[in-house]
Design a protein around this ligand. Sequence first.
Ligand SMILES: Cc1ncc(COP(=O)(O)O)c(C=O)c1O
Length: 451
Amino acid sequence: MNKLEGTYSGRYISGHVPENVFPENGISSRAAYEFIHEELNLDGNPELNLATFVTTWMEPEADKLYMENAHKNFIDNFEYPQIKKIETRIVRILSELYSLKDENKFFGASTIGSSESIMLALLAQKWNWKNKMKSEGKDCSNPNIVFGADTHVVWDKFARYFDVEPKIVPLDENTLRVSPEKLVSMVDENTIAVGAVMGTTFTGAYDDVKKINELLEDLKNKTGNDVPIHVDAASGGFITPFIEPELEWDFRLNHVKSINVSGHKFGLVYPGLGWILFRDRKDLPEDLMFYVNYLGDEMPTYTLNFSRSSSNIAAQYYNILRMGKAGYKKIAENVMDNAKYLAEKLKNVKDIELVSAAEHIPVITFRKVSEDEYSLFDLSSEMKKFGWIIPAYSLPENASHMVLMRIVVREGLSMDMIDLLYDNILEGIKNLQGNADKMRQISPRKGHFVS
Ligand SMILES: Cc1ncc(COP(=O)(O)O)c(C=O)c1O
């Protein structure tokens, strides 16, 4: 069987390409390229992927810098000192963006994404708590961490991987949010940190960080228990400072000790880039730093992984210089306007009800008014026929009976495309209403993984 027959790569090679084994001999570069290129054409179109927060387009100059730096291992600071300097500049710039006033205290790092950033931040909090308990002669064998059920899965991962008891606050069934009072009521002497999210993965909602800070301050005044907040601003960190500068959520609040943000979300860089920022160098315990000297210099590292490319950091710096605050603000305003435009249109769809409509970040979620005829999982499958990728998923505990669909409006989704998307949603619903019985038999009823 000649698998390449009829494909473009078939012009450059005859015979079968063994897909699953290490081939004994190679093929020409043209054939290898075409073969892989053709297969990857079967992937979804990133521009129609409304499930993702992650950047799918950069300017050609950013692409150029990206390729120019792909072969530089970022961790080799001695060999590539300039990219390290650029990383430090970005950490300083973001710390200032998040209201850190004392510029001598800033400390942070680039990571491969918010997941790594969150793990690093929470590890630092665990160590700080352990050191505090030890210094007070107290037991430090039962750390816990308090966060809402609507945080990203990485919070649970941290708890499990690093042996910290997760104290998870369920959603309020009516507001579909986590109340600050409930969060802080779970705090005790063994709490290493409280998590607050600026843009939950499930609905895009913001936790009231200011209120959490206030309640923790009260707790400190009453009991002496001084508990830090880590803010997960994976999505909101590159939106809120530009369009809601008056919202207090960052280092203006004294319990906020660390913040993460994804450079590859609204930082507008391709995937593989996150940032972790500390309020003070002292919030990162020295025993967590590793100093590596075999690459020619004594390098401090605070990462979970080691080698990676320098591309994203160069691209992040490009975006910062190229757009400035005004450029980021303009894009943030555009995506918010477009998201609100879509939300207004969706209000006309009888079958669905909006749950969130781009309050702080350009995320729209909706549920079905009744679960008869078809489900949102069916609608999600239907939308794929038009090329759109829109996930359906159930909410976490206390609202797990509720299924939502989520649309993330990114820069590539213009108003014209939104009109088309809206028409396709109506058409999808019409098809499902006509085929309800058939759909019930064939629907896989499986949700997407919400990332
Ligand atoms: C709120 C939140 N936190 C953390 C993450 C994980 O981020 P990353 O994909 O950058 O590791 C996500 C991803 O969507 C998220 O939405």
